[in-house]
Design a protein around this ligand. Structure first.
Ligand SMILES: [Mg+2]
Length: 120
């Protein structure tokens, strides 16, 4: 199965889960965007008050990693559904964004630096 077919199959399952429960009525753009943000906050909660090193060690624990993975799946599911509902081609938009990042952050100026593009 190609990557695109796998992705289409995942998207189909996300929509089936939603439609089997008649949840489309709640999945307007505002609520889906809020849900993405809330799930991202749940992801952040795992790392709150930890140092970068502590957060790395925390994520090495199997139970913690499973919970982190669940939050990422929540984010992906809502994000993929929102994009699909809005008619956004997910592959195209990701590739376009990567090109923009490459332009804003040329390797020659940005390699090894965590500095915003307008300060490079
Ligand atoms: Mg969650």
């Amino acid at each position: 199965m190609t990557a695109n077919k796998k992705f289409q199959s995942i998207l189909k399952q996300i929509k089936k889960m939603r439609d089997d429960r008649d949840w489309m009525q709640f999945h307007n753009p505002k609520d889906l965007a809020e849900a993405i943000s809330i799930e991202a906050a749940e992801l952040l909660e795992h790392f709150l008050w930890k140092t970068p090193k502590e957060s790395e060690n925390y994520a090495k624990n199997k139970k913690n990693l499973r919970e982190i993975s669940d939050e990422l799946a929540d984010i992906f599911n809502y994000a993929f559904e929102l994009a699909d509902n809005l008619g956004i081609d997910i592959e195209k938009t990701i590739l376009k964004k990567l090109k923009n990042i490459e332009k804003k952050y040329p390797v020659s100026k940005s390699r090894g630096k965590a500095i915003k593009y307008n300060k490079l």
